[in-house]
Design a protein around this ligand. Structure first.
Ligand SMILES: Nc1ncnc2c1ncn2[C@@H]1O[C@H](COP(=O)(O)OP(=O)(O)O)[C@@H](O)[C@H]1O
Ligand code: SF4
Ligand SMILES: [Mg+2]
Length: 325
């Protein structure tokens, strides 16, 4: 194994949100490391906490949220715990060290600003001293890097004048404009049709190589994860239930939930698709032991006595299931 420097180290991250039925934990004791130039896939069904995890790492949790744990970001200026950073420090980190793209670029783009102006703003925030000519040059460079066709003309358009695929390219240009080392991609291709999806995945792979980006790639699609990730973390009801090298986890899953996801994955399974019965439990009514127990075909009474710990399948591969020896 090559020695890669860790660029982000998350330790015991928990995010809690107030609801009418009490505090819920959309992200529950999540730990992982992201190495330089590496892609870590985060998979899980809708509602498993993937977006909340990303927002916490960006310092963009919803109003009223509280968190605990640590998220150490390594940058040129040293190590910094994102989760203990002030609002000003977070503004400095966002875009410059760590950036995020979303499933629906329209939620992140300003509908009444020309897209070139939005990319310019992303640069200006971090380089207030840069001249207008320099900024405009960097805007075009960013749009070209995201392979936006006819960037001069496109820069003068508004988001609604662009297709979904082109909007995602603008979003990528904007996210990378200030030169972050880490990109969080939250289901960046889920809203796109298959052809455009493929183009965006290829673009991200190219940018990752060229810019030596570290990618946190979030998706509910195991086919996409197999394609883009080096390692994968599987989330269920806010917790990581399995993590390890992507090919090993997909070929020999150790958690029944991962195995279930695989049997239900259209692009990975040649036999009949078998959906996982039931649905993700409500965070206000979690089962007493293993959160997956109500849906688990190999469940035994012991599963209900306590939340299983992550157990080592081998040194690089762990699963949160009492059946792991
Ligand atoms: N602002 C909010 N207030 C209360 N609950 C929320 C809020 N945002 C998300 N949730 C809940 O947190 C859980 C995780 O959501 P999310 O992170 O969006 O999951 P995913 O991205 O994996 O689909 C879900 O149960 C969701 O209903
Ligand atoms: S701990 Fe039990 S219920 Fe949970 S995944 Fe393992 S076997 Fe299934
Ligand atoms: Mg989400």
């Amino acid at each position: 194994m090559s020695m890669m420097a860790t660029i982000l180290e998350v330790r015991g991250l928990t995010v809690e949100l107030p609801t009418t039925s009490g505090w819920i934990r959309p992200v529950n004791d999540v730990s992982f490391t992201l190495n330089e130039g590496e892609t870590l896939g985060i998979v899980g069904e809708s509602g498993s906490g993937k977006t909340m995890l990303s927002l916490a790492l960006m310092g963009l949790e919803p109003h009223g949220a509280r968190h605990s744990g640590e998220a150490w970001l390594a940058s040129k200026s040293g190590k910094q715990n994102i989760l203990a950073s002030s609002a000003d420090e977070l503004r400095a980190i966002r875009g410059r060290d760590i950036a995020m793209i979303f499933q629906e670029p329209m939620t992140a783009l300003n509908p009444v600003l020309r897209v070139g102006e939005q990319v310019a703003e992303a640069i200006r925030v971090h380089e207030p001293a840069a001249g207008e000519k320099e900024i405009q040059h960097r805007v075009l460079q960013s749009l070209e890097r995201a392979a936006l066709p006819d960037p001069q003309r496109r820069a003068r358009q508004y988001p609604h004048q662009l297709s979904g695929g082109l909007r995602q390219r603008v979003m990528i240009a904007m996210a990378l404009a200030a030169g972050p080392r880490i990109l969080i991609a939250d289901e960046p291709t889920t809203a796109l049709d298959v052809t455009v999806q493929k183009q965006i995945l290829e673009l991200l792979a190219k940018l990752r190589r060229e810019l030596q980006l570290s990618l946190l790639f979030i998706t509910h699609d195991l086919g996409v994860v197999a394609q883009v990730a080096d390692r994968v973390a599987v989330m269920y009801a806010g917790r990581v239930v399995e993590h390890g090298p992507v090919m090993e986890v997909l070929r020999a899953p150790s958690h029944p939930y991962t195995a279930g996801l695989l049997r239900a994955a259209p692009r990975l399974v040649r036999e009949k698709l078998i959906p996982i019965p039931g649905s993700v439990p409500s965070l206000t009514a979690l089962p007493p032991g293993c959160s997956f127990a109500p849906r688990c075909a190999v469940h035994i009474p012991d599963c209900d006595s306590a939340m299983p710990q992550l157990r080592a399948v081998n040194t690089n591969h762990k699963a949160r299931c009492i059946l792991v020896p």
